[in-house]
Ligand binder design. Structure first.
Ligand code: ZN
Length: 700
């Protein structure tokens, strides 16, 4: 069970408590303008209704968006075979793994005055839940997770593309599929389109590992798949998981005032995650081979939406699978949870290649999120639009950067061309033009805007008191902040109220005002990641970071996917170097069962490792099979115990291991983001010093 899931489970309790607390009395002292009144039906007692400025912004959007283009709505409905009768899917461990009931409110009204009309449209489109025919022989179950699962008829059975996040939802999808279409035929192959967790995590719900090992069911994936499944979120994993609370709105209840879907899908399932390693890799840029008697052409597209990803074309069906490279939205170039910035130019070129290699004759295009596109004209239109969207962002942002527009201005300057703004599949339901354009500058020029003031600036909390003093103190800032808020100048208001919150983290009135400002900004966003980030920050400012049990993920599959080198690199990150001053050792580290050897050295308060080498004069040689080491990585058995019972063999100075263990630090999965939001409770039980459990990989 991951920290994040534990956390999510604790949320309904918290929000229910708010709901019954009512929402009138608490705000009596805050009786200001019309916009400051608490909202009836809001999940939080301090929650506000949209202001007239927010209503105007949403009305304006409504009037300019291309609502006359209803093709998405037709495509989304097309081919429905059976809706899923049950709205909840239970996890094997007893909690709710998937819940579509909570999104029923979306279909109850045509409009909500607290949801951007474009985002609402997307969330309604994602509110499908059932089994669909793409074309005869290709079927999708949609709305059981963030991603879609696809079944394609092979000679002897069903080829599965991208088995979702967790096994329980995959099992439910397979059951629904078998009830209507599957004819009792088995799974004959599995294809993972890319390395993100929503495209393989549920594989154990549909495949028995012994059938994979025996060669009966091949699992096919792009080259280096295993190297990148966990690597992307190990080093900064704790920070990414914390930031997901904002991007994915994990503390927000589903509500017109809270979470309304994630753009790519309605949310992420919370069942059991697993991973079975692929048995065949697509190695060359283009490879053609048969999968269960069906000829497929694979196009590797590394460093696009994921570090490793591939599109697939099935010539006999004229069917083009675009993985997650082309969906019904521009994707993240920069992702708010944090990740290395992606390459929009390369991404655009791979789409261009698919357009000319397969898109000239394809009659259906489908992907791992959203709904298919039918007819060659439509396919070409979408491929061309998305090709140009990524290329434009790359080129025009750099064009502007070359004229001096900085990372701190670009989001206010860059605009998607009008012709693309009018296409629904170019609207930012995952990547927004704002955060993506900043990402492009980050990729090429980095954080510095070239003003020396921002070279080595004070930390925000250290500069804020001076601002507060110079602005005349808290009362003046509060008064001006309220005026700006009441005038609908939310971006101005946040500038000064944020300074006050930074300077006075315990000033709840200031935090509440900043929350009110964020809330209006959140309601105004088309992009769910931006909306959730504003609303998530508002939630934490009002209520603090909720407490809850935290536990480590113990999925042995995911631990197995972590290379020993990655494990050692991560230990070096867990080490607090300030505790390692003056320590020095050289260790030979050997894992005989996979034939790996490392030198691990601590020197200059820095832990390093180099693979393939052994030192002649090591202080310690530690020998342990990789399979046994995994028990320590998941905290099932300490390294001490491994040594005590002879599973691990040591030669030399064993005290080296204790000294190293004493430098290891546990990361707090609920570190504070907004000032003054941290509860006073301390972190959980200590992790084993040599634990290195990668969190379940992040779904995207
Ligand atoms: Zn995905």
């Amino acid at each position: 069970m991951s920290t994040r899931r534990e956390f999510i489970q604790s949320v309904p309790v918290a929000s229910a408590a708010f709901a019954v607390a009512g929402n009138l009395a608490l705000e009596a002292s805050h009786a200001l303008a019309q916009s400051a009144a608490p909202a009836a039906g809001h999940f939080h007692p301090k929650g506000k209704a949209p202001s007239k400025f927010t209503l105007d912004a949403l009305k304006q959007a409504q009037a300019t968006l291309p609502f006359s283009d209803t093709r998405d709505i037709e495509e989304q409905k097309r081919g429905l075979i059976a809706p899923m009768p049950e709205l909840k899917i239970m996890a094997d461990s007893g909690h709710v793994a998937w819940d579509m009931e909570r999104f029923k409110f979306l279909d109850a009204q045509d409009q909500f005055d607290s949801i951007h009309p474009s985002l609402l449209r997307q969330s309604k489109l994602n509110n499908n839940y059932g089994l669909y025919e793409v074309i005869p022989g290709i079927y999708q179950v949609r709305g059981f997770d963030l991603s879609d699962i696809t079944f394609i008829r092979g000679k002897t059975g069903w080829i599965v593309f991208d088995p979702l996040v967790s096994r329980e939802v995959v099992r439910a999808a397979w059951k629904l599929f078998q009830q209507h279409v599957g004819q009792g035929l088995p799974v004959s192959a599995v294809i993972y389109s890319h390395t993100h967790g929503d495209h393989w995590g549920g594989v154990r719900g549909i495949v028995d590992e012994t059938d994979v090992r025996s060669g009966k069911i091949p699992i096919i994936a792009p080259i280096d798949f295993m190297d990148f499944t966990v690597a992307e979120n190990v080093y900064a994993g704790n920070a990414m998981n914390r930031r997901l609370f904002f991007q994915y709105g994990l503390l927000l209840p589903a509500s017109p005032y809270g979470f309304v879907g994630q753009g790519l899908g309605q949310g992420i399932s919370a069942g059991a995650t697993g991973l079975i390693a692929p048995t065949r890799y697509v190695e060359k840029p283009i490879e053609e081979f048969e999968v269960d008697g069906l000829n497929m052409i694979f196009q590797n597209t590394p460093n696009t939406e994921a570090p490793r990803e591939m599109n697939t074309y099935i010539p006999s069906m004229k069917a083009l699978w675009m993985a997650e490279n082309v969906t019904a939205t521009p994707h993240n170039i920069y992702t708010l949870r944090g990740a290395q910035v992606r390459d929009p130019l390369g991404w655009s070129k791979y789409i261009g290649e698919a357009l000319y290699r397969f898109g000239q004759e394809a009659e259906v295009m489908f992907a791992s999120h959203h709904w298919p596109r039918w007819g060659n004209d439509r396919i070409q239109e979408v491929l061309r639009g998305q090709r140009d969207l990524y290329a434009h962002m790359n080129n025009q942002v750099l064009h502007l950067a070359n004229q001096g527009v900085t990372i701190n201005e670009i989001h206010n300057v860059y605009e998607v061309p009008k012709s693309l703004q009018d296409k629904w599949y170019c609207r930012g339901y995952h990547g927004s033009p704002q955060h993506n354009s900043r990402g492009v500058i980050q990729r090429y020029l980095g954080f510095w805007d070239c003003n020396p003031t921002t070279l080595i600036p004070l930390s925000p909390k250290d500069s804020a008191p001076l601002y507060v003093e110079m602005m005349g103190g808290a009362d003046k800032i509060m008064a001006r902040g309220r005026t700006l808020h009441d005038e609908g100048r939310y971006l101005h208001a946040q500038e000064i109220v944020n300074k006050l919150v930074l300077a006075e983290p315990q000033n709840q009135a200031a935090k509440d005002l900043l929350a009110d400002i964020f809330e209006q900004l959140g309601y105004q966003q088309e992009n769910p990641g931006l909306r959730n980030s504003y609303l998530g920050a508002a939630y934490e400012l009002r209520s603090g970071i909720p407490q809850g049990e935290t536990a480590s993920s113990s999925s042995p599959d995911v631990v197995r996917a972590m290379s020993t080198e990655l494990f050692l690199n991560f230990l070096a990150i867990r080490m607090d170097s300030r505790k390692a001053e003056g320590l020095r050792f050289t260790m030979n580290f050997v894992t005989p069962d996979n034939g790996e050897k490392f030198i691990v050295e601590l020197e200059n308060a820095t832990l390093t490792n180099i693979k393939g080498f052994q030192a002649e004069k090591a202080d310690l040689t530690l020998t342990i099979n990789r399979s046994d080491l995994e028990q320590t990585m998941i905290r099932a058995k300490t390294l001490e115990a491994q040594i005590a019972d002879g599973t691990a063999k040591v030669q030399g100075d064993v005290s080296v291991l204790q000294k190293l263990a004493a430098t290891m630090v546990d990361f707090d999965p609920r570190f504070e983001i907004m000032p003054g939001t941290k509860s006073r409770s301390d972190v959980v039980a200590h992790a084993d010093p040599y634990e290195a459990v990668p969190r379940p990989t992040i779904a995207e």
